[in-house]
Ligand binder design. Structure first.
Ligand SMILES: NC(=O)c1ccc[n+]([C@@H]2O[C@H](COP(=O)([O-])OP(=O)(O)OC[C@H]3O[C@@H](n4cnc5c(N)ncnc54)[C@H](OP(=O)(O)O)[C@@H]3O)[C@@H](O)[C@H]2O)c1
Length: 318
């Protein structure tokens, strides 16, 4: 089967560490099933894997990928990519993603736990469906579980072009929130307005009003602005740090305004089901930057590394 994988990570040149070739399909453990993947999507997690950060060194080819949609038997499905240490409940802490357990999904045929299949809505393309399980699930949990977003609230989304950011913008707009975004790129600001954002600002620009909820994925480049832009009693929800992992925190502003900072990671299987239902019911289409054949995945990885994309960078495997 064709697969995208890493053998020797490269901290400095992660795209060069990306390989595409034929590998044997892994055997299915008891209770797991095969999925013929039709489309997948890249995430920053794959770049970290290519850099060799956060996972033990591979002891052979390690297939990448936590986003996939495909066919299992006669069912069109989306794959839930989290292997939690605690299989029930709302918490997903200490979660392991399928690729980190040696079962990445950027391959023509993958094996996944049978319970991890969610029906694909007929109205979504394969690439749109493959965009949901990582970035969109993360945005869903950030907004609705961690921040308990309600209609009419003001949401600030930092770094408008990212997979999580475009998801947060679409989901918050569909939920009846007033959405402000920031981006360094005028073109991305325009595109965020087209998704329904009410306000699009340059990165770091003063917001016209304070936000109830800030979706923070960028890290130190925007974190101080996130806290500065949060109203009294509001929340900053953090799921990542594309610009780095150490940020300055203005403590007086935090305590004087009684701001809450939430960490958030991925989402539960129930949250993925709720997300898929939400997307279907509200006719939300995941934002796909582009789709290329798996053979051209280096192009997508390069766009991700350069921060050039707007929405999900997808690959086709059909
Ligand atoms: N915890 C989890 O479960 C989880 C799940 C998914 C993703 N993540 C993390 O979330 C983060 C976002 O991932 P993603 O795939 O959505 O997007 P991404 O491709 O990492 O980029 C997000 C945005 O960050 C902005 N950005 C990057 N560097 C910047 C800088 N120096 N100054 C200002 N803005 C900057 C860019 O926005 P503009 O170009 O628009 O300015 C870019 O579109 C990553 O760190 C990822 O690892 C975590």
């Amino acid at each position: 089967m064709r697969a995208a994988y890493v053998v020797e990570p490269s901290a400095d040149h992660p795209v060069d560490a990306l390989r595409v070739g034929d590998l044997d399909a892994p055997p299915a453990p008891a209770g797991w099933v095969s999925v013929d993947v039709r489309a997948g999507a890249l995430n920053m997690h794959d770049i970290w894997s290519l850099r060799g950060v956060g996972v033990p060194p591979p002891d052979g080819p390690r297939v990448l990928g936590s986003d996939a949609a495909g066919v299992a038997g006669d069912r069109e499905v989306i794959v839930y990519p989290v292997l939690p240490t605690a299989p029930t409940g709302r918490t997903v802490t200490h979660a392991t993603l399928l690729p980190d357990a040696g079962h990445g999904v950027l391959a023509e045929r993958v094996v996944v736990p049978a319970a991890h299949l969610v029906p694909k809505p007929a109205g979504l393309s394969w690439a749109e469906a493959a965009s949901l399980p990582t970035a969109w699930l993360t945005a869903y949990r950030m907004l609705f579980t961690r921040a308990a977003l309600s209609p009419g609230q003001v949401v600030l989304v930092q770094g408008a072009g990212g997979g999580v950011a475009t998801a947060a913008t679409c989901l918050a707009v569909a939920a009846g929130a007033i959405v402000m975004v920031t981006s360094r790129s005028p073109a991305k600001r325009e595109r965020a307005l087209a998704l329904g954002a009410a306000v699009a600002l340059d990165s770091g620009e003063r917001t016209p009003e304070l936000a109830d909820v800030v979706v923070e994925t960028v890290g130190p480049a925007t974190f101080a602005h996130s806290v500065r832009s949060t109203r009294a009693g509001g929340a900053v929800v953090v799921c990542g740090g594309t610009s780095g992992f150490t940020a300055h925190l203005d403590l007086p502003r935090l305590f004087a305004r009684e701001i809450t900072v939430h960490g958030s990671t991925m989402g539960t299987l129930d949250e993925l089901r709720s997300l898929v239902e939400f997307v279907d019911t509200h006719h939300v289409r995941p934002v796909v930057d582009s789709v290329v054949d798996l053979a051209d995945i280096h192009r997508q990885a390069g766009r991700m590394l350069a921060g050039a994309g707007f929405g999900k960078l997808c690959v086709s495997l059909s």
